[in-house]
Design a protein around this ligand. Sequence first.
Ligand code: GCB
Length: 609
Amino acid sequence: MLKLTYRLLLICLSLFSSVSYAQVTSIQNIQARKVQSLNGKWNYIIDPYENGYYDYRHEPFDKSKSGTGGFFDDRVQKDKSELIEYDFDRSPQMNVPGDWNSQLEKLELYEGNIWFRRKFDARPEKGKKYFIYFAAVNYEAHVYVNGKKVGIHKGGFTPFQFDVTSTLKVGENSIVVKVDNTRKADEIPTVNTDWWNYGGITRDVFLAEFPEHFISDYKLQLVKGNNNLLSFTLKLNDATPNQEITLSIPELKLEKKYKTDAEGKIADDFTWNNLSLWSPETPKLYAVNIKTDKENIDDKIGFRTIQVDGDSILLNGKSVFLRGISIHDENPLVAGRLRGEGDMRMMLQWAKDMNCNYVRLAHYPHNEEMIRLADEMGLLVWAEVPVYWTISWTNPATYANAKQQLTDLIVRDKNRASVIVWSVGNETPLSDARLSFMTNLVETARTLDDTRLVAAALEVHRDGNAMLLNDPLGEKIDLVSFNEYAGWYWGGNPSEITKYTFNIKYNKPVVVTEFGGDALGGFHADENTRWSEEYQEALYRNQITLLSKIGALRGMTPWILTDFRSPRRQHPIYQNFWNRKGLISETGKKKKAYYILKDFYGQMQTKYK
Ligand code: GCB
């Protein structure tokens, strides 16, 4: 009976998710397509009670079953007497992309709905396809073009697009987006996190033009464990057979011609010698071109292999130590999310200056540009989805959402050499339901991409002076990866933590995903005074001693590169809405612990040469 209800639920869900909106599953490498940027100033209307969506009986204006019927923008245009207060033309503007919290003081802590509108000119041509593409909107987006609803999307950090071919007009067009960043228990992430819930259209928006049959997705990577075997797959947006495709890498004098099969796909593994492999020391990227008679896509792709062998991690077949640091998508110096290349370079350069060869982009997919910069600058990447803490493990819709976010992340970044780990979550509490949820995500990641490692940030459990790592999820993933806060949340002062030992059930490489403690930049005291730089420094020194007891230790990403904003962090003197575990303060000052880690990484660099 239960099973039947579950099945029915799944059927309903799949019906809901396909509510006649035209969403293609993916569009790889949007920057290389024919796009018109819709970034810039957008008008906005703050709508805390959702009066633009619900009438005074709290019935949605949009009552049609398919969800594609009229909505307030439509009504405003048709009937000026209703919702007269919604006057986009005279409403203020804000920057898109951009989080709203940092653009308007009264929105700093706002969680709710804001409507956005932008007008733009278009010259749609017959026989072409048009999509509105959003690189990310946090969290739920309802998108309307010229008064017609074109789609709904949930998930704050991954791209999505809607087909607007039939809605787009020659001349002036209007796009309206209702954005809701309300935290909800059944969503991914759930209500409880330790980061700022930045709302808005936080990443690029494009109008993209395509031929009728186009390349929606491709992947060119080395096969796991083989430094000469390239694997090329490609997919059209539909099942057009015999489409001619040319793949070329001029620098290698590589040119291959293909025809799509009956499903509109190509799959080919082929040997290619003399590849200069990508690594943090030599982040070699090749100019890659993929062409049809109607399309021409440029990319820059690096080739490297990553695998585990016993307790070693092999990069291009050679044992590597991951000298890492965790990073949030936030600028500590200027409020808000990282705004573009300059901000991103600053963060990654700080990591490089600390002798890092690796970053953990926690706890959700960061901007695609960040990953491309990591490719270019030579930093390995742990990429993660926001399956964080206490998710609704038994809700099938919640699982479907997590799976979609993971899928979209992998599709977006699978050609990036820097990404070596897909992480399916962080510090999730043990239970059977959680194990099956997480195991399914692990399997999803492996099915979508068998060239990288799959992991999750687990927790240690204590038994006297032993730290146990026996989470059954450890069986399913490639790394022993865990967060461990001895010396901060438990275990006494930093000087006491070296008494601990580790009891790790799995013979796999150990990569510690977090440790750390808060320090207010510029506050100096003795090693036993919490919040002081000296406390944090001692904590790092002793953590390194403690972790070095683990024979299989192959890397770490301490928490965290910079101080970051979090509504959970209320201490009136030391925090003021800042998590102070950064090695760099909110004024860009390197704290004492920064140099401890830099020193240790310098030693590891020599050891693993
Ligand atoms: C953790 C979480 C991270 C928090 C950190 C902290 O374990 O994974 O998101 O910010 O601890 O500072 O408590």
